[in-house]
Design a protein around this ligand. Structure first.
Ligand code: C5P
Length: 215
């Protein structure tokens, strides 16, 4: 069984997808981490972002492995390094390339083959798993997402002005919605869950209800 959870940055997809996977005894796949890992690898290999052929070749040979919630690239654990602002700011150079997306799509389908899985990202219900058993589009207003992100950063000891959080979020939303392939949008058969004003427990309960009614 495949459950897809797509949505914009800051909607809480990872945390909900992880909890849902735990509750149902499913695997969990964070596809954003895969885009992050190949971006980090390209930066470390000093590939120019304008060198499309080199980026595609790199993504094609990138060996991404999951061990629980930890991800490794070519045998090296990169779980923490993929979350830096430098990586976040550069992901679009790879995520915008249809040939890179094709490589990662194949890897995602390979990981899911024969398993029950909750997979989260931007294109899971639209392009990667169009026949998924249950598709959820998890969203929240830009204001609420920015407030949550601001709080997360503060909890981690990183202080950023709310205006800067909003500007960075707007930029990412625009990039994610506009790419030629794999753009962020709800699948036609997805259930949209707007989490404004909902507690994390309410979001989890509602998500589990949606999944139960889909199967
Ligand atoms: O989910 P996360 O915020 O870690 O994803 C980082 C970036 O990777 C997204 O902003 C998006 O550009 C890209 N991504 C993607 N397709 C996915 C998952 C993530 O293009 N399935």
């Amino acid at each position: 069984m495949i459950v897809t959870i797509d949505g914009p940055a800051g909607a809480g997809k990872s945390s909900i997808a992880r909890q849902v996977a735990d509750r149902l005894g499913f695997e969990f796949l964070d596809t954003g981490a895969m885009y992050r890992a190949v971006t980090l690898g390209a930066i470390r290999a000093q590939i120019e972002f304008s060198d499309v052929d080199a980026l595609v070749a790199f993504a094609g040979t990138a060996d991404l492995k999951w061990k629980g919630c930890r991800i490794s690239l070519n045998g090296v654990d990169v779980t923490e390094e993929i979350r830096t602002p430098t990586v976040t700011g550069a992901i679009r150079y790879l995520a915008d390339l249809p040939d890179v997306r094709r490589q990662l799509t194949l890897q995602q389908r390979r990981i899911a083959a024969g398993r029950s899985i909750v997979t989260e990202g931007r294109d899971q219900g639209t392009d990667v798993f169009p026949d998924a058993d249950c598709k959820i589009f998890l969203t929240a207003s830009p204001h609420e997402r920015a407030l949550r992100r601001h709080q997360q950063l503060a909890d981690a000891g990183r202080h950023m002005a709310i205006e800067d959080v909003i500007a960075a979020q707007d930029r990412r939303d625009a990039e994610d919605r506009c790419r030629p392939v794999g753009a962020l949008r709800p699948a036609d058969d997805a259930v949209t869950l707007d989490t404004d004003g909902m507690s994390p427990d309410e979001v989890l309960d509602r998500t589990l209800q949606i999944i139960e009614s889909a199967v």
